[in-house]
Design a protein around this ligand. Structure first.
Ligand SMILES: Nc1ncnc2c1ncn2[C@@H]1O[C@H](COP(=O)(O)OP(=O)(O)OP(=O)(O)O)[C@@H](O)[C@H]1O
Ligand SMILES: [Mg+2]
Length: 316
C-alpha cells in the first residue's frame, strides 16, 4: 500500500469552542499506480481528507502511513522527502499561480528548492516538463494572465510533477475549466498516471469524471466514507442509499430513459451537532426508525472489496 489511512478523524475547534467534525473515522488505502476517486456533496470533508493524505493537515485521531511509515512521526529530513513524494493540484489554477512570476519561475520553483539544478540546466528541465504537459517551451517566458485556464492548469501539473512525486492529490482539478478543456485535461491526467505509474486521490463532486479516471471510488457523507468499491460496480449497483441518490442525480444523456429517480430531501445535518445514529438517516427513504437514528452503522462488506456503512447490510 502506498498510502494508508487508519481510522483518521479531523476536528476543528470553532471560535465559540464547539467542535466541528470534518472527517470521522476514515480508513482507506491507495496502491502504487492506483487512482481512487472521492465523491460527495459540498462540505462533506473531501478537501480536508485530501489535506490529511498530503500531511498538509494533522489528524486529530488515527494515523496516516505513506510507504508503510507513519507520517506523523517522520524526522524533518523524511518529512521533506514526503513533501516531494506527495503533490497537490488545486481546483483553481488562476489563484494557484503567482501572477507576478513568469511560468519559468513557477515551474522551476520546486526544482530550485529541492535540487541543485540552476541556469541553463534548470531551464532545460523546465522546458522538458512543459513538453510533458503538452505546452510549448516558449510559454516559459510568459506570465499567468497570458495563458488560458486549461493552459494554467497544465502549468500547475508541470510544477507538481517536477520532483517526480508518487502520489497526486487532485482536488477538483477541472471544475474551474470549460467542459471541452476539462475533457482534454482528464485525458492528459490519465496518460500521465499510466506513464509514471502515479497514484491519484481524485476529488470531485462530478461522478462522470471519477468514472472516466478511477477504477475505485469512495463516497463521503458528512465526514465519513459511506461506500467504497469498484467504480463500475458502485455506478451500476450502488449499495448505500446516499450513493444511490447521488448516482441517480447524474443527468442522463438525451434519448435515454432514466432508470429511477431518487431526489435527496432535507438538509444535511450540521457537522457540529452530529446525530447519534447514521448521519444520512434524516434524508434516507429506507431508514428504519429506532435503528438507523439510534446507532452508528458499521462498515459492512457487500461484495468483493465493496463496503457500505449502512444498517441494511449488517450481517443477520
Ligand atoms: N480550517 C478549518 N476550520 C474550520 N472548519 C473547517 C476548516 N476546514 C474545513 N472546515 C469545515 O470542515 C467541513 C469539511 O470541509 P471541506 O472543505 O473538507 O469540504 P469539501 O467536501 O471539500 O467541500 P467542497 O466540495 O465545497 O469543496 C466543512 O464543514 C468546513 O466548513
Ligand atoms: Mg473541497
Amino acid at each position: 500500500m502506498l498510502l494508508e489511512l487508519r481510522s483518521v478523524s479531523r476536528e476543528f475547534r470553532m471560535n465559540d469552542g464547539r467542535i466541528l467534525h470534518a472527517v470521522s473515522d476514515v480508513s482507506l488505502g491507495i496502491e502504487p499506480g492506483q487512482a481512487l476517486g472521492l465523491v460527495g456533496e459540498s462540505g462533506c470533508g473531501k478537501s480536508t481528507l485530501g489535506r490529511l493524505c498530503a500531511r498538509a493537515l494533522d489528524p486529530t485521531r488515527g494515523s496516516v502511513h505513506f510507504d508503510g511509515r507513519d507520517v506523523t512521526r517522520l524526522s524533518p529530513r523524511d518529512l521533506r522527502a514526503l513533501r516531494r513524494s506527495v503533490q497537490f493540484i488545486f481546483q483553481d489554477p488562476h489563484s494557484a499561480l503567482n501572477p507576478r512570476m513568469t511560468i519559468l519561475r513557477s515551474v522551476s520553483e520546486p526544482l530550485i528548492l529541492h535540487t541543485d539544478l540552476r541556469g541553463a540546466r534548470l531551464r532545460a528541465q523546465a522546458a522538458e516538463l512543459m513538453e510533458m504537459v503538452g505546452l510549448p517551451a516558449q510559454f516559459l517566458s510568459r506570465y499567468p494572465h497570458e495563458l488560458s485556464g486549461g493552459q494554467k492548469q497544465r502549468v500547475c501539473i508541470a510544477r507538481a510533477i517536477a520532483l517526480k512525486p508518487r502520489l497526486l492529490v487532485l482536488d477538483e482539478p477541472t471544475s474551474a475549466l470549460d467542459v471541452s478543456v476539462q475533457a482534454q485535461i482528464l485525458t492528459f491526467l490519465k496518460e500521465l498516471q499510466s506513464r509514471f505509474n502515479l497514484s491519484y486521490l481524485f476529488i470531485s463532486h462530478n461522478l462522470a469524471v471519477i468514472r472516466a479516471l478511477c477504477p475505485r471510488v469512495a463516497v463521503m457523507y458528512l465526514g465519513r466514507i459511506v461506500e467504497q468499491g469498484p467504480t463500475e460496480e458502485v455506478f451500476v449497483a450502488p449499495r448505500h442509499p446516499y450513493a444511490e441518490a447521488l448516482i441517480d442525480a447524474i443527468p442522463v444523456p438525451e434519448g435515454r430513459q432514466p432508470a429511477r429517480r431518487i431526489t435527496l430531501q432535507g438538509d444535511i445535518p450540521s457537522p457540529i451537532d452530529l446525530p447519534r445514529g447514521c448521519a444520512f438517516a434524516s434524508r434516507c427513504g429506507r431508514a428504519i426508525a429506532g435503528r438507523c437514528d439510534a446507532a452508528q452503522p458499521g462498515l459492512y462488506s457487500t461484495g468483493a472489496a465493496h463496503d457500505a456503512r449502512c444498517h441494511l447490510y449488517a450481517p443477520a
